[in-house]
Design a protein around this ligand. Structure first.
Ligand SMILES: Nc1nc2c(c(=O)[nH]1)N[C@H]1C(S)=C(S)[C@@H](COP(=O)(O)OP(=O)(O)OC[C@H]3O[C@@H](n4cnc5c(=O)[nH]c(N)nc54)[C@H](O)[C@@H]3O)O[C@H]1N2
Ligand SMILES: Nc1nc2c(c(=O)[nH]1)N[C@H]1C(S)=C(S)[C@@H](COP(=O)(O)OP(=O)(O)OC[C@H]3O[C@@H](n4cnc5c(=O)[nH]c(N)nc54)[C@H](O)[C@@H]3O)O[C@H]1N2
Ligand code: SF4
Ligand SMILES: [Mo]
Length: 701
């Protein structure tokens, strides 16, 4: 047994905190501080600290399961893989290649995301692939691409935050969702900068703010327009910057002028003096930033909303400059890399577009296939899940648990149940895996090597620290075996470094260019920021070719558009898809708590985390609770047009009286997504997780 510590990264969120792992008896590891990684400098949240608990074979899958007579029973690998191959082949023969769907995840390493996308296009020949990142940062990605010509969540490292003058943090509760990152904001304030938090709830993050704006959920677009209106009215536009570095200001300005502060106050509930104060704090210092997270993004107008916040940055000259800029706080462990290498419906590796003939030619050549054989763009995540059992008859799922995390989840669960064949690769028997026809047990972070790309755009090496238990195989091995059984013997290596070498070539010349990055460099340099094209041979001291230093800061000289100028997007406010009415008078918003991760499939299996956050709840204001006659802890039913959920009341003045909040980490009666509205953003196809109309009912005990 290896006994020395292996430096690696956390399996959970996009901060990708560094940690050291030392093997201990019992097939698991001990976590210790890894201080050389600059993002967390050794600090970890409870999830990262307890992650090894899931390596123990008691809580995880260690043998394939196949459905037999209605129940899942243990099976050998060959039997399970043969059954999958046969089922997929049958679907394709009977219904065509697009009847097979693939669903991936932003937690998968770059190598897995790349291999999964290639598997769908080359082996299955299906266009029907998408992933859970669609539910995550897709609106910010769409808005960033429109405005800057490129989507990299943060165009600068987190270490720039303490050096700016003001940060507006829109709909992020990072004190709970990325706790070690709070340090950057504490340092900002120590340096004399100010923090503005925009959240309908006074969260732990909002408590740190110099100014907390608490808009009605789903009104961030109006809020941003109101602020920009005041910027114009108060003569705070940076005309020189707008002239030199942007296009489209006249149209955007015209759209903004229709949004009067008084009207914005009526829509958002944020008072005009507060709007003025926010503009003053944002505009007075030489530098400032806007950072968005899921609050404003998970809306049926998320793309326009983020566009409006970007407009605010552009009009005030706060983008593409040192210490100033717009950024999105990406969420999942590989939320950034997972959106770059081809598991998205419209995309090829290197952040290339599937409908771009040159991109198709380039990638087809790397894959050794005819460009014309590559399918076109497919459906977005919700649309794909909604088509299960109708157009799509079989689904291969890797790295997501949609029974808990998809909007309108009862309907999606029904769709999943109506499939001819569901295959789930997972480390545990998630709620979705429990519905599968075949479940394959796979290796996890500490048992396999791979790369992830953090929210900073920093490509990192996650290293294997221990040997996986007997009976489990890696996702790459699964794809290799299935490809082989479906007649593609070459092109699906099981060694992650070999996959990465191919990914480098496939991404070369694309927007997310990794061609200058190698495993060796990642090990030596503590990560490399993309784009990192391959240098000229001999350019580096040792004569190797990988000499490009990587790109920690983007857009300083020019934006990534054809002419180098950023684009304003003219946007106007519109209502949420489902406004409250007499029957459903209250707004529901959803989100996270610190001790649980996502659908909870992993963290609900960790005793310490479960003790800290044992179940769902409905957060509501005392006034709403009084009207309902509910006391703290009483069960409350929340009813929407999609269904009904019940959870204990958590009464607090920290939330607006017209809004209730539920975390989405639990299945069953308290499942928040039973209620949520799948109204989609027209551009990003993001569902409206953050606002729908509900009514509350007291539940007799
Ligand atoms: N503990 C924990 N950490 C995580 C995760 C987890 O599940 N658990 N998941 C990871 C992932 S994938 C992601 S995407 C990130 C998400 O990280 P965050 O975006 O910080 O998480 P959320 O709690 O979904 O939403 C943030 C805040 O948005 C607010 N909000 C709700 N509606 C609105 C609105 O209309 N406007 C505005 N401005 N705010 C609103 C909520 O009150 C909430 O406090 O976290 C990552 N880290
Ligand atoms: N109401 C509401 N719903 C939401 C959100 C919200 O704010 N509100 N947020 C949305 C967002 S931002 C996100 S990102 C999604 C996330 O929701 P999900 O997509 O459900 O994400 P996870 O719970 O992380 O699911 C990952 C699954 O893959 C497994 N897994 C982990 N690592 C691996 C691996 O390497 N290989 C394989 N094969 N499996 C692995 C885990 O055990 C788990 O079962 O939820 C979305 N749903
Ligand atoms: S903040 Fe995120 S990356 Fe860091 S330890 Fe917690 S879950 Fe892991
Ligand atoms: Mo996410």
């Amino acid at each position: 047994m290896q006994t020395s510590a292996t430096p690696t990264h956390c399996p959970y969120c996009a901060l990708q905190c560094g940690m050291n792992l030392t093997p201990v008896p019992g097939g698991t590891v001990e976590v210790s501080e890894r201080t050389d990684f600059p993002v967390n400098r050794g600090a970890l949240c409870g999830k990262g600290r307890t992650a090894p608990a899931l390596l123990s074979s008691r809580v995880r899958l260690t043998t394939p399961l196949v459905r037999s007579g209605g129940t899942l029973v243990p099976a050998g690998w060959d039997e399970a893989l043969d059954r999958i191959a046969e089922g997929l082949r049958r679907t394709r023969t009977e219904h065509g290649p697009d009847a097979v769907g693939v669903f991936g995840g932003g937690g998968l390493t770059n190598e897995k995301a790349y291999a999964l996308g290639k598997f769908a296009r080359v082996v299955l020949g299906t266009s029907q692939i998408d992933y859970n990142g669609r539910f995550c940062m897709s609106s910010a990605a769409a808005a960033g691409t429109k405005a800057f010509g490129l989507d990299r969540g943060l165009p600068f490292p987190l270490e720039d935050i303490p050096r700016t003058g003001c940060v507006i943090l829109v709909g992020s509760n990072l004190a709970e969702t990325m706790p070690p990152s709070l340090r950057f904001f504490t340092e900002l304030k120590e340096n004399g900068g100010t923090l503005i938090v925009v959240d309908p709830r006074r969260t732990r993050t909002a408590e740190q703010a110099d100014l907390h704006l608490a808009p009605r959920p789903g009104t961030d677009l109006a809020l941003a327009l109101g602020l920009l209106h005041l910027v114009v009215a108060e003569g705070r536009v940076d005309e020189e910057y707008v002239q030199a570095r942007t296009d489209g200001w006249e149209e955007a300005r015209a759209a903004v002028m229709a949004h009067w502060p008084e009207q914005v106050e009526r829509i958002t509930g944020v008072s005009v003096p507060q709007l003025r104060e926010a503009v003053r704090l944002f505009c007075e210092p030489a530098d400032a930033m806007v950072l968005t997270a899921r609050g404003p993004e998970q809306q049926s107008k998320g793309t326009d909303t983020v566009g409006a916040w970007i407009n605010l940055c552009l009009a005030t000259g706060r983008a593409g400059r040192p210490r100033s800029g717009y950024g999105c706080l990406t969420g999942q462990g590989n939320g950034q890399g997972g959106r770059e290498h081809g598991q998205k419906a419209d995309q090829l590796p290197g952040y290339r577009k599937l409908d771009d003939p040159a991109a198709r030619r380039h990638v087809a050549e790397v894959w050794g296939v005819d460009p014309d054989s590559l399918p076109g763009p497919g459906r977005s995540a919700y649309e794909l899940l909604d088509a299960l059992g109708t157009d799509i008859r079989s689904l291969l799922l890797m790295g997501s648990n949609p029974v808990v995390s998809a909007p309108r989840a009862a309907h999606i669960e029904e769709r999943i149940r109506s499939l001819d064949l569901l295959v789930v690769c997972d480390v545990v028997l998630s709620e979705t895996a429990a519905l599968a026809d075949v479940v394959l047990p796979v290796t996890q972070w500490a048992e396999e090597t791979g790369t992830t790309t953090s929210l900073e755009g920093r490509v990192l090496l996650r290293r294997r620290a221990i040997t996986a238990p007997e009976g489990v195989r890696s996702d790459l091995e699964v794809l290799h075996e299935l490809a082989d059984r479906l007649g593609v013997e070459k092109g699906f290596p099981t060694d992650p470094e070999e996959v990465f070498e191919e990914l480098r070539r496939a991404s070369a010349g694309g927007p997310a260019d990794y061609s200058g990055i190698t495993y060796r460099r990642l090990a030596e340099e503590n990560g490399v920021f993309w784009p990192c094209p391959q240098g000229e041979p001999g350019a580096s001291a040792d004569g190797s070719v990988d000499a490009h230093p990587g790109t920690p800061r983007l857009f300083l000289d020019r934006f990534a558009t054809a002419d180098g100028r950023a684009r304003f997007v003219p946007v106007s406010h519109r209502a949420i898809a489902e406004e409250p009415d007499e029957e459903y008078p209250v707004l529901l918003t959803t989100g996270r708590v610190v001790a649980q991760y996502q659908s909870g499939a992993q963290t609900r299996r960790v005793a310490e985390l479960n003790a800290a956050a044992p179940g769902p709840f409905v957060e509501l204001h005392p006034r709403l609770a009084a009207r309902l006659g509910a006391a703290e802890g009483d069960p409350v039913a929340v009813v929407s047009r999609r269904g009904r959920a019940v959870a204990p009341a958590r009464i607090t003045t920290a939330i607006r009286p017209d809004t209730v909040f539920m975390p989405f980490h639990w299945p069953g009666e308290g499942r928040a997504n039973t209620l949520t509205n799948p109204a989609l953003d027209p551009t990003s196809r993001m569902p409206e997780f953050k606002a729908c109309a509900v009514r509350l009912e007291a539940v007799r005990k």
